[in-house]
Design a binder for this molecule. Structure first.
Ligand SMILES: [Fe+2]
Ligand SMILES: [Fe+2]
Length: 198
């Protein structure tokens, strides 16, 4: 089993995925810092939330790699990774959405290759994580749309409920309050209640 795994396409793909997840986690941490500097707590939290999930994906892939064979070095074949300039809010969401959807498609291929090579458990994980990346992409796309339409902190169609992420206050209005009436944190801490991060 070990000899079969070491040198397989699946080993290569797992390592490519581990590298990709590690980079995504860092990019999302950088994005979180960008939004923290603009006092947009809700967007900082969103990126840290997803960054932690990418870490978990990286761990799953790494655990597979380390469970086969001994210490070794792996050269990745046929892998490329994005360098995104993270300097504006909408662009960060759009680029993150694109990267997630690329991963979604890639992991479907990796899942198929793992199945072909006889690694059914690894195949299943690739396919499960592929679906998670799709949901990440969709969430980033939704937030990109809200930012483009200036609707992240305002509602164009009547009132909405706004949740303060700091103290839990739920505020009803056509836009998030300038500051929370309970804890005093600014509007950047508010999330439209129906936009759960979960
Ligand atoms: Fe991931
Ligand atoms: Fe993701």
């Amino acid at each position: 089993m070990v000899a079969k795994f070491v040198g397989s396409r699946t080993e290569n793909n797992l390592f490519a995925a581990f590298v990709g997840e590690s980079q995504a986690r860092n990019r999302y941490s950088f994005a979180a810092s960008f939004f923290a500097s603009g006092r947009l707590k809700v967007l900082e939290k969103l990126f840290l939330f997803v960054a932690d999930q990418e870490k978990q994906h990286a761990k799953i892939f790494y655990n597979f790699l380390s469970s086969f064979g001994s210490d070794r070095e792996i050269n990745i074949e046929g892998a490329s990774y994005p360098v995104d300039v993270l300097n504006n809010s909408v662009g960060i969401f759009e680029k993150s959405q694109r990267n997630e959807l690329v991963e979604h498609e890639l992991y479907k291929e990796f899942g198929e290759e793992a199945r072909y090579e006889g690694f059914s458990e690894i195949s299943k994980k690739f396919l499960e994580i592929s679906e998670i990346e799709k949901s990440h992409g969709e969430r980033f796309g939704e937030f990109a749309g809200l930012l483009r339409g200036n609707e992240l902190f305002a509602c164009k169609s009547g009132n909405s409920c706004w949740l303060c992420l700091e103290c839990g206050k739920i505020y009803n209005g056509c836009q998030a309050p300038q500051e929370c009436p309970v804890c005093g944190h600014p509007f950047g801490y508010f999330l439209k209640k129906d936009l759960s991060l979960l």
